[in-house]
Design a protein around this ligand. Structure first.
Ligand code: FES
Ligand code: FES
Length: 174
């Protein structure tokens, strides 16, 4: 056996739920969740900004919690439930947070918007963000290069309120 021969790439089988659908992939261990979503599964709603955990454009929900998909190895998601921006709406019915972003015109170029939305939905599940200062602090990992912050904060505030109302009424959205 040639000791200098390249070692075969070890691949891993990954099973997870993505926006309610079961997925199984066989992938090399170094792929990030972000690259798997965009390049292997063609779900390009989740954006790649910095690719270093600094902008929040890649935020998705893993088991309901906000994560930066660029810092998450896909193999760490075996058995997890992943929700991306494509999975927030229920059929044709937008998530309350999406409706609030539209109402408040909370975007310009829209590049940061999927991450802002997933982060805000995660925040709703955390049950935090009860005033504007808290929302600013808890959304500070999601940068907007267009500077649409005042509209984003107003939208998140309304979306959080709507989500709380839905939870009280027994709503089931993420
Ligand atoms: S692309 Fe992941 S934090 Fe910027
Ligand atoms: S709307 Fe352009 S980066 Fe936020």
């Amino acid at each position: 056996m040639n000791a200098n021969a390249p070692r075969p790439i070890e691949r891993h089988t990954l099973s997870f739920t993505l926006n309610g659908d079961s997925k199984q992939l066989n992938i090399p261990p170094w792929l990030t969740l972000l690259d798997v979503l965009r390049d292997e599964l063609n779900l390009t709603g989740t954006k790649k900004g910095c690719d270093h955990g600094q902008c929040g454009a890649c935020t998705v929900l893993r088991d309901g919690k906000r994560v930066n998909a660029c810092l998450t190895l896909a193999v760490m998601c075996d058995g997890a439930e992943i929700t991306t921006v494509e999975g927030l709406a229920t059929g044709d019915e937008l998530h309350p947070m999406q409706r609030a972003f539209i109402k408040h015109d909370a975007f310009q170029c829209g590049y940061c918007t999927p991450g802002q939305l997933c982060s805000a939905v995660g925040l709703a599940r955390e049950g935090r963000g009860t005033d504007r200062d808290q929302i600013k602090e808890l959304m500070s990992g999601n940068l907007c290069r267009c500077g649409a912050y005042s509209n984003i904060i107003a939208a998140v505030e309304e979306g959080l309120m709507a989500s709380r109302d839905e939870q009280v009424e027994g709503g089931t959205q993420p």
